[in-house]
Design a binder for this molecule. Structure first.
Ligand code: NAD
Length: 511
């Protein structure tokens, strides 16, 4: 373990403030990074204090003044090299993600691949920061829009994707000409330090200023709040729970800066009578059990036609029985621990609420004990039968609980589907064109992501990622998400030698 941390550039004790590669001596309280896999302490981290925080943001601001002048394709070249560096460290960083966060090795490495994909995407985008040109209504005038770098941006991330969400933001920010101040979750600080050290090392080798990529580690209610309120940061991207987003969003909006919110989901899948149940079972297994049910896009609600409900229920229970739970680094294990004991306790509370409301636990749910399991962070994934109207079903419980809900008509299925406050990801499994088109229509899914015969989880980086309603409305990653990291400027150039006014207004003599 020590060699893995050393190879990834982690020091013991680690500091909670990094300007690029440079650690600042911090005076904040000490936290421990604890592996949920076996409960061992991986490293101690002294969190950022107010002075260290201030120095980091100052450095990010100074670096921005230089970085914005570097041509965008050259900024892309740095991101290309960063992507190469991560290619070379995929296994090690993937293993650290598994150890610190608990997801299985394939998913840990998959997360690093997502980071690499994001670098590749950003490299291409660095040559495509297109503005538009319009035809002016005035003779001898040119009208166009262009995009400029925005400034140093704050990026707050959740525990469940310790590096990918940073990459969605940071790689686009870099090509946009922005610098980054990253506040990772205190539950996975080492992944953040490792990723930042690797990327900032590449920037340093290329001779760029250290303040391009920075980290501040500290509690949300202290360092997170400082970031949200900091007038020097024109954009705050925040990924996490709805209550966190509500708070950060209001602080950022109150200073009239830009919030980019990626919050909780409560993702539903509709299964129609003619659906291919082989596909459904495979999709649900990955979508509901993968990452121990701790993806924002995890399948939480399975809305199934009454005509096939019992068949699908039996098949899912049989599939869940095969899920090997244990050390996420071991071959064959499909589910590791949850992030901590508290997450298992929250799961138990939700299950108690389900049975109190009249729901049935069809399979699993119990905490596991003995050996590794004694960390208290392991539980069996759970399938329940519930009514769509139960209050607990409207909430996101960040755990592997799958709610099965019966429906009679497709209209009823859609009503159940949309009747939750969150709006991140959604799917329909069907072979009926009319049902899939209805699902994708304006009367269909109200989510930011809507799939047909594809799970709600496991999005590719090429599309814009994000959701509606309480999920916060932000879009990150692919498509035109880069625009959030730049300021748009509309320009009119008059080369006519006259002073014509728009809308044909006459005002005084024309010379
Ligand atoms: P969380 O809300 O507890 O914490 C997320 C981040 O916000 C952490 O870095 C935390 O320190 C910080 N934070 C907390 N309070 C803050 C405050 N007052 N000011 C500033 N920062 C503050 O979430 P979590 O438990 O780490 O992650 C799970 C949640 O994240 C789930 O709801 C999940 O759906 C969501 N999530 C959403 C997406 C998405 O893209 N929509 C992606 C991943 C996770």
């Amino acid at each position: 373990m020590d060699t893995l941390l050393e190879r990834l550039g982690i020091r013991e004790p680690e500091q909670g403030a990094l300007i690029g590669l440079n650690r600042l001596d911090c005076l904040g309280s000490v936290i421990e990074s604890i592996s949920p896999v076996d409960g061992k302490i991986l490293c101690k981290i002294r969190q950022a204090d107010a002075t260290a925080y201030d120095r980091v943001v100052q450095a990010a601001g100074e670096a921005f003044l230089r970085w914005r002048d570097v041509p965008a394709p050259q900024r892309g070249e740095l991101v290309r090299r960063i992507g190469e560096a991560f290619r070379g460290r995929k296994k090690e960083l993937g293993a650290l993600i598994s150890i610190e966060m608990g997801k299985i090795r394939a998913e840990g490495e998959g997360e690093v691949q997502e980071l690499i994909d994001m670098c590749d995407f950003a490299v291409g985008q660095s040559r495509m920061l297109y503005g538009l040109s319009m035809h002016s209504e005035r003779p001898g005038h040119r009208l166009f829009e262009q995009y400029h770098p925005l400034g140093p941006v704050g990026v707050i991330t959740a525990f469940n994707f310790p590096v990918a969400v940073w990459a969605w933001n940071a790689m686009l920010a870099l090509i946009a000409g922005d610098t980054v101040v990253w506040k990772p979750s205190g539950k996975v600080p080492l992944c953040a330090v490792a990723a930042n050290v690797l990327a900032a090392g590449v920037a340093a080798d290329c001779g760029f200023p250290p303040g391009l990529l920075n980290v501040v580690i500290g509690p949300g209610e202290d360092i997170g709040e400082k970031l949200a309120a900091d007038e020097r940061l024109p954009l705050i991207s925040a990924t996490g729970s709805v209550p966190m987003g509500r708070r950060v969003g209001s602080v950022v909006v109150s200073r009239l800066a830009r919030p980019l919110l990626e919050l909780g989901g409560n993702n539903g899948v509709i299964v129609t009578p003619g659906a291919d149940l082989d596909l459904v079972v495979r999709a649900v297994l990955f979508g509901a059990v993968g990452t121990s049910g701790q993806r924002c896009t995890t399948i939480r609600r399975l809305i199934v036609s009454n005509s096939i409900f019992d068949v699908l229920k039996k098949r899912l229970i049989a599939a869940y029985r095969q899920v090997k739970i244990g050390n996420p680094l071991e071959d064959g294990v499909l589910m590791g621990p949850l992030i901590d004991k508290e997450a298992v306790e929250t799961m138990q509370k939700a299950l108690a609420e389900i049975t109190k409301s009249g729901g049935k636990i069809l399979y699993g749910g119990e905490p596991l004990t003995g050996g590794l399991y004694d960390t208290g962070a392991y539980a069996r994934p759970c399938i329940c039968e519930v009514q769509s109207s139960f209050p607990v079903v409207k909430k996101e419980t960040f755990a592997p609980i799958l709610y099965m809900i019966r429906y009679e008509t497709i209209e009823e299925a859609l009503k159940f589907h949309n009747d939750v406050p969150q709006g991140l990801s959604s799917a329909i499994f069907t072979n009926d064109l009319r049902d899939s088109e209805l699902f994708l229509s304006a009367r269909g899914s109200d989510c930011g992501i809507a799939n047909v015969n594809v799970s709600t989880s496991g999005a590719e980086i090429g599309g814009a990622f994000g959701g509606e309603k309480q999920t916060g409305g932000g879009r990150e990653s692919g498509s035109d998400a880069w625009k959030a990291y730049m300021r748009r400027q509309t320009c009119t150039v008059n080369w006519s030698g006259r002073m014509d006014l728009a809308q044909g207004i006459e005002f005084g003599e024309q010379g």
